[in-house]
Design a protein around this ligand. Structure first.
Ligand SMILES: *Cc1c(COP(=O)(O)O)cnc(C)c1O
Length: 393
């Protein structure tokens, strides 16, 4: 297996984890080609998640913007309300085949934690989720959701008590107890083989888009948009189009209050190469190379790094990445609700905002696809607060 995407990727892990990572790598090499494994993955995607998700023609938005024909890939319609379940199904199946009985996961806002707890419940596996203490306070509802699903949530009190600290805690726990435990990482990040494996499970998104657009339009889209946190929904959307050079691939990252302020999570615009969480990639860092605190209105995009394959796609120019501010994302969130009757996740609204900007420079004969990574019920109160409205929650 190739551990690298150009100079990015790799396996920067403590010696003590090396054996376990190699076991995982070997198992994945075997099972990704195993017809039974593939059949079981597909069966759960269809019969548990509700795939394929719709490729929805956004007619009102298309007409209103007056540019390209716009389609939305509706990952918000999946069971649990986002794309994260695709990855959890794949990794849990692999863990089960490796004889593991316990799943651990990190979570920021709680989206991946809920998806992990969901699959653990379905598979009758033990589940423990690591979450920064600050995040457990901000996302009390998701903590309770995970507990309802039978998971144990650990509030992590090290560092700034946020997502990056939760990843560190999960890696530590895995190191101490890998005999019965699989660490189900939630995005296309971490040491090899995670970035490649998560990409493969999420590629169900792009594969479906390709098939659906060929059925509807008889040709491939001109451009494809997705939001980028760690980068899993984006790489899953992009990967099946990598060799279709006429399809433009655009990732939309969180510019928070602006990339020239201290309050953003724009790794592509502002990050520099470094090593963290087991991989070489781009990271937001201070002058001495410490990982910066990052900020976005969207908890799912609030990560100081990005998956190594995105760093590579940026370097080679195969994909381009644009920053989207809180203000632009909130405006797109409201626009999609009013125009198409779809309340999307605030993460996904970054992709919608980036696409709306690009649509101005495209014409009516062109086709654009936007991946809507999740639904926005979780964000309604925060958007109200952003607009100065207190919902007394
Ligand atoms: C977690 C999350 C994201 C960001 O994660 P990626 O790995 O970059 O896809 C985006 N959208 C939603 C709805 C999420 O829950």
């Amino acid at each position: 297996m190739n551990h690298r995407f150009g100079s990015f990727g790799g396996q920067y892990i403590p010696e003590i984890l090396m054996g376990e990572i190699q076991k995982l790598e070997k198992a994945y090499e075997v099972y990704k080609k195993d017809p039974d494994f593939i059949r079981e993955f597909r069966d759960l995607c269809i019969n548990y998640t509700g795939r394929p998700s719709l490729l929805y023609e956004a007619k009102r938005m298309t007409e209103d913007l007056g540019g390209p024909k716009i389609y939305l890939k509706r990952e918000d319609l999946n069971h649990t309300g986002a794309h994260k379940i695709n990855n959890c199904i794949g990794q849990a199946l692999l863990a089960r085949r490796m004889g593991k009985t316990r799943l651990i996961a990190e979570t920021g806002a709680g989206q991946h934690g809920v998806a992990a707890a969901t699959i653990a419940a379905l598979f009758g596996m033990e589940c423990e989720v690591f979450m920064g203490e600050t995040d457990t306070e901000r996302q009390a509802l998701n903590v309770y959701r995970m507990e309802l699903l039978g998971a144990k949530v650990h509030a992590v009190t090290t560092g700034s008590r946020v997502l990056k600290d939760a990843v560190n805690a999960a890696l530590q726990n895995w190191t101490a107890r890998c005999s019965d435990t699989h660490y189900m990482i939630g995005s296309a990040v971490g040491p090899a083989p995670f970035p490649e494996m998560v990409r493969d499970f999420q590629s169900v998104i792009g594969e479906e888009i390709k098939k659906q657009i060929l059925e509807k339009e008889g040709r491939l889209p001109d451009s494809v948009f997705a939001c980028v946190g760690g980068g899993s929904n984006a790489i899953g959307t992009f990967y099946p189009f990598i060799d279709d050079k006429d399809v433009e691939l655009v990732g939309c990252e969180a510019a928070g209050k602006g990339i020239d302020t201290l309050y953003h999570a724009a790794t592509m615009a502002k990050g520099v190469p470094g090593v963290f969480h087991g991989m070489k990639s781009l990271f937001c860092q201070d002058d001495s190379g410490n990982i910066s605190e990052v900020y976005s209105i969207s908890a799912g995009l609030d990560y100081p790094g990005v998956g190594p394959e995105h760093a590579y796609l940026k370097e080679t120019g195969r994909a381009r990445y644009v920053p989207v501010t809180d203000e632009e994302a909130v405006a797109a969130f409201e626009y999609l609700a009013r125009t198409e009757g779809i309340i999307c996740a605030i993460e996904s609204a970054h992709a919608v905002a980036g696409a709306m900007k690009a649509a101005r420079h495209m014409d009516k004969n062109q086709i654009m696809v936007i991946t809507v990574s999740g639904r926005g019920d979780k964000d309604v109160a925060a958007i109200a607060r952003y607009r100065g409205k207190d919902l007394h929650e």
